[in-house]
Design a protein around this ligand. Structure first.
Ligand code: TRP
Length: 460
């Protein structure tokens, strides 16, 4: 298989795509709810530390794997054990471990599809709010956030319909190769959205509850942590930076020579964390009273709409907010489906359209369970946890870190050390700071150890 030749001509193109994939429901929907569920500030503290200790090293690794091999994750990993004479050259033990690792790409793709399934359900929720705000604005009905949410949560078939509509849109874009078009939409809307989220955060700060909310959100009270907190922070870091999916490997393979991998990893991670923090400032003052009473994945939808419902003309702000959020969710969903499709195409002879339709259908089929989780399956519990949270938790807090660690080991074994070093030393600042050695230490020992510790502690 020949490495692909497509390259982003500009740095800007690469950043847009990478930031666009990192930025999504993970920042606005998942981050606040996981923080609330895990006791606030201390969790945020751990999360931020892990962005540096795990997120950046892994992100740099995945991008590097793509850039150096020029291919998506399955072929990049699979070719590892296949070089002629590999067995003799590497010794038997190393050869066998390589062959095992070379299968990790498949796990990445399975995870991609399973996550896209419930990501689509939540995107459907966003769509519902967008439609509802539009109806209120255009036909002058009152917007009642509580009843809008209740209608959605009690109606599993409505959720399934919305999920279907969302997946259909995603599929059309991917089949027709409109990603570039959507990317340019995401890029145009992103500044608008960011300004808006910052504006809403400021508005939230003017609420009476804001002092206490900020205290909850930012003051690290370590007594709030449980043994599971570390693993959950690891999961959130992987999810929000799109690590362990193989996505960043694909992006790395499109990267032009001129873009420095370490610098890119650093910027994307910082930017993504800032957005999450602002989202927290926006949401927490609104939900202070209900914190601690079993926070649900509905947190975003229970809070932000109230900001708009109170004010005259607020529906319009609501429309813009949910429209931007929907475009971000759409962009991320496209990234997830595209990752699966790119890998399917490079490993089999499947046509693009066939691969896309098959993947989307698999997602829709899997999505039935999360879509019905707040209605028909409301009383079902998996290990004492509601279905949607259990599903999200299993994939994000368990499987993602494992895949991310496996991919990081592929990076270490697959890429020549001199090439790894070169990526760092081509940037003068990095050479000075001896960052290469730190990165190698992190990706080899520190990050895998932290991931493993997080997994083990979750078992307790
Ligand atoms: N990081 C995205 C978010 O925060 C979600 C995501 C995970 C993603 N993996 C991805 C998006 C792959 C695009 C491609 O919402």
């Amino acid at each position: 298989m020949e490495p692909r030749v497509t390259r982003w001509g500009t740095r800007f193109g690469f950043y847009l795509a990478a930031v666009g994939s990192a930025f999504g429901l993970g920042n606005l929907w998942r981050f606040p709810y996981v923080v609330a569920d895990n006791g606030g500030g201390a969790f945020v503290f751990i999360y931020l530390a892990l962005v540096f200790l795990i997120g950046m090293p892994f992100l740099i690794g995945e991008l590097m794997l793509g850039k150096q091999t020029g291919s998506a994750v399955i072929p990049a990993a699979r070719r590892m054990g296949k070089e002629p004479g590999a067995k003799e050259a590497q010794g038997r033990g190393r050869y066998i471990s390589m062959r095992l690792l070379s299968r990790s790409g498949y796990l990445a793709i399975a995870t991609c599809l399973m996550i896209l399934a419930y990501y689509s359900v939540i995107s459907g929720w966003v769509l519902h709010f967008l439609v509802r705000f539009s109806i209120s604005a255009l036909w002058a009905g009152d917007f009642e956030p509580n009843s809008v949410l209740a209608i959605l949560l009690n109606n599993g078939w409505l959720q399934l319909l919305l999920t279907f509509v969302h997946l259909l849109l995603v599929m059309i874009v991917v089949i027709r190769g409109f990603e570039a078009g959507v990317e340019s939409w995401v890029s145009k809307l992103m500044p608008v959205f960011l300004i808006m989220v910052v504006g809403l955060a400021l508005r939230s700060l003017s609420l009476e509850s804001s002092a206490e909310a900020l205290r909850f959100f930012l003051y690290p009270d370590f007594s709030q942590l449980t043994t599971a907190s570390l693993g959950r922070a690891v999961g959130q870091v992987c999810f929000t930076l799109s690590l362990g999916f193989g996505t960043m490997v694909t992006f790395g393979s499109y990267m032009s020579e001129r873009v420095s991998v370490p610098v890119a990893g650093f910027r994307v991670a910082i930017f993504d964390s800032l957005i999450s923090l602002v989202a927290g400032v926006m949401i927490f003052p609104l939900v202070l009273q209900s914190l601690g009473q079993g926070v649900a994945p509905t947190l975003l939808f229970e809070s932000v709409p109230f900001l708009f419902a109170k004010e005259a003309g607020g529906e319009w702000v609501g429309i813009i907010f949910f429209f931007c959020l929907y475009v971000a969710a759409l962009g991320s969903s496209i990234g997830l489906l595209e990752t699966a499709v790119a890998n399917a195409r490079e490993t089999s002879k499947m046509r693009r359209s066939t691969a896309t339709i098959v993947s989307a259908l698999i997602c829709l089929f899997i999505a039935v369970v999360p879509a019905l989780s707040t209605s028909v399956l409301r009383d079902q519990k998996i290990a004492g946890t509601p279905v949607l949270e259990a599903w999200d938790g299993l994939l994000v807090n368990w499987i993602l870190p494992i895949v991310a660690v496996l991919i990081s080991q592929v990076v270490l074994l697959r890429i020549d050390q001199s090439h790894q070093k070169e990526e760092f030393e081509s940037v003068p600042v990095m050479a000075m700071g001896r960052l290469y050695a730190h990165w190698r230490f992190a990706i080899r020992y520190l990050a895998p150890a932290l991931c493993l510790l997080g997994l083990i502690l979750q078992l307790l």
